[in-house]
Design a protein around this ligand. Sequence first.
Ligand code: AMP
Length: 397
Amino acid sequence: MKVLVLNCGSSSLKYQLFDMTDESVLAKGLVEKIGLEGSLLTHRPKDQEKKVINADIPSHAKAIQMVLDALTDKEHGVISSVKEIDAVGHRTIHGGDTFTESTLIDDKVIAELERLVPLAPLHNPPSILGIKACQEIMPGIPQVGVFDTAFHQTMPESSYLYGLPYEYYEKYGIRRYGFHGTSHRFVSHRVAEIIGKPMSELKIITCHLGNGSSIAAIDGGKVMDTTMGFTPLEGLIMGTRSGNVDPAIIKFIMEKEGKTIDEVDELLNKKSGFLGISGISSDLRDIEEAAQKGNHRAQLALDMFYQRVRRFIGAFAAQINGVDVIVFTAGIGENSIEMREAVCSNLTFLGLEFDSEANKVRGQEREISKPSSKVRVFVIPTNEELMIARDTAALVK
Ligand code: AMP
């Protein structure tokens, strides 16, 4: 079975074509600047040179058509006909309360996704465009929605509700949803497989630390809490997002700086976090480099990040009454040796014995705690696309 995985953003589209017989990637690529000047497709077929195609790409429908053309091209294609694609899996950010697991898409599902747009006004519309374009271009090929929020739907009310008047939850769905669910699910299942224990017997804390970051507490296979909330702004300090702040600061900044609510929203989402604190960059590599050269604010951004990662690990361990395994994943989690060392070497109160030698690893699966450690710690590279392909294949079968 061949599964095409699509991740549609507002002006971009990422794709991977999987052969599910061995879960290999036949081709992957990226369409950039959809609807803008200078749009292009970068196609990377397995074992072949990448191919860059510059073209006018005014819509997601055109982008998907170009992806299919690239996949079936005589020279750099990997399949002979679109008919070889058995199903399409879509990364969909927000499934609200409705979608607790991956779902086969039909008109009712699309209508529900449209109803959920107010919850994810930036992220869900491009997914819907992608789904509709596939219906048009590849009629009859089953499509599956895989939701970033779905894995977190097991959170108890006590975790997902805010201390706001209850009617706002009832009227508008204001609650914590959590994001990165597909990644938290992938790495938690993978670590259980490595350890050789069922999820039902494990307490796992998964740290997805990248440009956007979130941590999840998973007890017996169920997410009990996660750091992101109603939007991906809540929780940890991120590349450009502030994470948790006292909400009263918003009014204060508006008054002091004469900013509108939209400007403060932008400040919290795009100008805060590593970028705002360091004044240097949103990229952790740049911050680490500047800190090594003695830049105080870069070091401060790192220390603040480490402190918050530790804080949530500690809080979640208390919440689920213990932790057997901690997993680090995503760009920072998989690569930052310094971050893992700084976070884990200060978790000895949990009985965690960190192995600094084993920790010298980037982007590879490895256990980085000592054999005698009460809490096992792993680096597990995430693979959301493969998870989407697996769900899609399972639902279509
Ligand atoms: P992601 O959003 O998962 O792609 O992660 C992006 C983040 O990972 C950026 O902040 C990068 O600086 C960080 N990252 C990627 N590679 C490294 C590395 N080798 N060392 C430290 N951070 C890294």
